[in-house]
Design a protein around this ligand. Structure first.
Ligand code: ASP
Length: 340
């Protein structure tokens, strides 16, 4: 299976349309991005760089933030094969791959799906929930039935690599999420979790966001994380700004974290200060647990200013606007070194 880093490096070497520089040179220590004065899209993790590009194609052409984040998330779901998002995701404890996604517009409209099986674009199903139903969240079989009714094709998404990783995991059956597992490039690593969380502001100043993930590898059957929970993994409000999250979703749900970040911005915090204060809240609630798990927040305000913060070093976020399409930045972190 190609890791996201290998993919990015291949793209850079190929000098393809994305023209990505090497990851090392694309990563800087800047924690905050100033006002955009125009369209901008930001995403979690290094695969956010090419995902942003898919969103930017929409924003550059004058499209809406909502369309942009849907396209960006769709890219992450099928454009790249990795073990934490979309069609190459790792399954749950019982060997079943389930996908979670949400989408939200700056006017408060939102839709989400959780524990969706065998449908390759959960973010687009989430958008249909938002636009075609009176509901916000559909789960499991009902979500799948709705997707099929909406014309989505049912297909097995579990790759042979994911099955092999699951077989390997079953030898110990130890559920222990790793901090920044993918970024550590552990060969054959089989304990990981990440989310593509994307936030955009369009040329009209409207905000939107989307999240998509396969959740925690080897989770209990039926477990749902923060990504499809509006207010936990994603929150958007045109009056203020938008926030998204990655990491162990139980912590985001406990703290209504993305909503918290937006409300802190409403009270006057910068995006980075809001993310930092939300991270402090996570630590205060569970000081011991927070030492050994990762939680990361990314936010943008209505002026286009961007900030991020994490529990542990290693969280990177991608920024794309008219000035630069491939920025990849390190967030600040509470703890000095990567945890256990
Ligand atoms: N937040 C996701 C979940 O808990 C996983 C991640 O982003 O690392 O499902």
């Amino acid at each position: 299976m190609t890791t996201r880093r290998e993919f990015l490096q291949q793209m850079a070497l190929a000098g393809g349309a994305l023209a990505l520089p090497g990851i090392a040179s694309a990563t800087s220590k800047q924690p905050v991005i100033a006002a955009a004065n125009g369209a901008r899209v930001v995403s979690t993790w290094d695969f956010g760089v090419p995902a942003n590009q898919a969103a930017w194609n929409v924003l550059r052409a004058g499209g809406t933030a909502l369309d942009a984040v849907e396209q960006g998330a769709r890219w992450a779901e099928t454009g790249l094969c990795n073990s934490t998002v979309g069609h190459c995701g790792y399954p749950d404890r019982d060997g079943v791959l389930t996908l979670d996604a949400s989408i939200m517009d700056g006017d408060g409209r939102c839709g989400a799906v959780a524990a969706l099986e065998d449908i390759d674009h959960p973010v687009s199903v989430a958008r249909r929930v938002m636009e075609q139903t009176p509901h916000v969240l559909l789960v499991g079989q009902g979500a799948q039935q709705f997707a099929v009714e909406q014309g989505f094709e049912k297909q097995s998404l579990l790759t042979p690599e994911a099955v092999q990783a699951w077989e390997e995991w079953k030898k110990t059956s130890r559920y222990q999420p790793q901090i920044n597992a993918e970024r550590r490039l552990i060969p054959g690593n089989s304990q990981n979790h990440d989310t593509l969380g994307m936030l955009a502001i369009d040329q009209r100043g409207n905000l939107a966001g989307a999240c998509t993930t396969s959740g925690m590898a080897w989770k209990l059957r039926g477990r749902v994380g923060d990504s499809p929970i509006v207010g936990a993994g994603l929150y958007v409000d045109n009056e203020v700004g938008a926030a998204t999250a990655s990491g162990v979703g139980e912590e985001m749900i406990r703290n209504a974290a993305s909503f918290l970040v937006v409300e802190l911005m409403r009270q006057g915090r910068s995006p980075m200060d809001a993310c930092r204060e939300a991270i402090d809240r996570v630590v205060r609630k569970r000081p011991e647990a927070s030492k050994s798990l990762q939680v990361c927040f990314l936010a943008i305000n209505r002026h286009g200013e961007v900030g991020a913060f994490a529990l542990h070093p290693g969280f990177v976020y991608a920024v794309c606007d008219a000035q630069r399409q491939d920025a990849l930045l390190d967030s600040g972190a509470v703890y000095p070194g990567e945890g256990a």
